[in-house]
Design a protein around this ligand. Sequence first.
Ligand code: RP5
Length: 163
Amino acid sequence: MNNPLVGVIMGSSSDWEVMKHAAGILNDFNVSYETEVVSAHRTPDRMFEYAETAIERGLKCIIAGAGGAAHLPGMIAAKTTLPVLGVPVVSRQLQGIDSLLSIVQMPRGIPVATFAIGEAGASNAALFAVAMLAVEDTKLAGLLVEFRRTQTASVAAMTLPGL
Ligand code: RP5
């Protein structure tokens, strides 16, 4: 996409199954984004380069997903002042509890906005990015209101099966 506003990065291509839900929301709102695999421990130089050039490339925020000892969001946040939205990816051994704790427990001074483990977190991180961009984009703000209306209507229309 041209002139991406949001960076969607992840530690491995195996994270895409979760992170594609962030991309899906950004697609729905027609927000430009870029996707890239950036591993904190396997491609540290790429991670630094990505974070250091993010502002000059026009990004407004970065959604970073990782699993296990998930230091990607925190390390990206350490190298840029852009808002970083962390998504804990479900891990094989500890089902993402490790990812969640390692993203949410940032020491004071370098914040990472942390979302729920897995698909809901990826979707909500993207909705949060949309909400941030909508502060200065009235068209996007209108789309967000419409999204909420549709969601409310779909729940209001729910029916339950009888016994
Ligand atoms: C982390 O290790 C990634 O974010 C991924 O969630 C996890 C497993 O990576 P792969 O072994 O599937 O490449 O760095």
